[in-house]
Design a protein around this ligand. Structure first.
Ligand code: ZN
Length: 317
């Protein structure tokens, strides 16, 4: 076989996940091992090298077929130069030339990017965005992350802040609360799991009549389940989370006119009870030409998005 393959590395604080992808983004083989982050950057880079070689060794491919390696890494980095400037969960990762260090070990070209961008790239390349060249992803979890793909390429922006969609300040001043970033009224304060739980807790503490009162500690899933069962307070909370997400998408639509919005992360498991009101609000607040044919869909790759996107960095990053 002379087919080219790409290795994707999803570097987490405790586990490194790796995968082999084809040029089309099909994930063929997986491997994972401990990061050993506490032993410092040299050890982490050695682990990535060992695991990559084990991954290929256990597959039907040869090392010669590896066309490149991509790595998604949490933290702040100089993407073009391949330096990790700072990664809070990795002791000693301060101005580490990760790209160069890996290229020396692999003898192959390497690209790095931050883990959130990489997961978006994976979803765009081989998941819910397959075949679509301009799209926007929202990841609704503890916070709200995101990413923007224009003409098939990841947008990182002047200072790497492109795609920080959770910090679009969308909630009007009088209703806004402070976000973890220091600003007020960010999308993340209402449309994340944290935001949904806060709205539910507030409602319970206010004494609103809701089945959520019967629960000890409330999760975002509890709120969606209650909404599906017809609880009015839960419906109001879900609709508020959906409303601001739809408004945010409407703002994005006239900037880059994406063909598809992809919604992933734990909160997206709620499905249409969340996405139907998002679609409605989006349509209402977007001028016709910017919403015709535009789809709002759920992400497909789940936990594999990081590995697939990392493998795609060499082709699409
Ligand atoms: Zn913010």
């Amino acid at each position: 076989m002379s087919e080219k393959i790409y290795i994707g590395v999803d570097l987490g604080g405790t586990t490194v996940k790796l995968g082999i992808c084809t040029e089309e983004g099909e994930l063929l083989h997986k491997f994972e091992g401990p990061t050993d982050a506490e032993q410092g950057p040299e050890t982490v880079l050695n682990r990535i090298n060992e695991y990559s070689r084990a991954l290929v060794g256990n597959s039907s491919f040869s090392w010669d077929q590896v066309a490149g390696v991509g790595a998604g890494i949490p933290g702040f980095m100089d993407i073009a130069e391949g330096f990790v400037k700072l990664s809070p969960n990795f002791p000693g990762f301060v101005n580490v030339p990760v790209k160069k260090g890996l290229e020396e070990r692999f003898g192959k070209p390497v690209k790095i990017n931050n883990d959130a961008n990489v997961a978006v790239l994976g979803e765009a390349w081989a998941g819910a965005g397959k075949g679509v060249s301009t799209l926007v992803c929202y990841t609704l979890g503890t916070g709200v992350g995101g990413g923007v793909i224009v003409d098939g390429r990841l947008c990182t922006g002047f200072a790497g802040m492109a795609g920080e969609l959770g910090h679009m300040q969308i909630v009007p001043d009088l209703e806004a609360i402070q976000c973890g970033c220091g600003q007020y009224g960010c999308l993340e304060t209402v449309s994340s799991a944290t935001g949904i739980i806060r709205m539910a807790t507030d409602a319970v503490e206010r004494g609103d009549s809701t089945t959520l009162t019967e629960l000890g500690s409330i999760t975002a899933k509890d709120v969606f389940d209650a909404a599906k069962a017809g609880d009015e307070v839960a419906c109001r909370i879900v609709n508020r989370a959906a409303y601001y997400l739809g408004r945010a998408m409407a703002a994005v639509a006239v900037v880059i006119n994406p063909q598809r919005f992809i919604v992933g992360g734990g909160v997206s498991a709620a499905g249409d009870v969340l996405l139907d009101p998002v679609r409605e609000v989006f349509k209402k607040y977007t001028t016709n030409k910017a919403n015709e044919g535009v789809e709002i869909v759920r992400a497909q790759l789940g936990n594999s998005a990081g590995v697939v996107g990392a493998a795609g960095l060499m082709l699409r990053g």
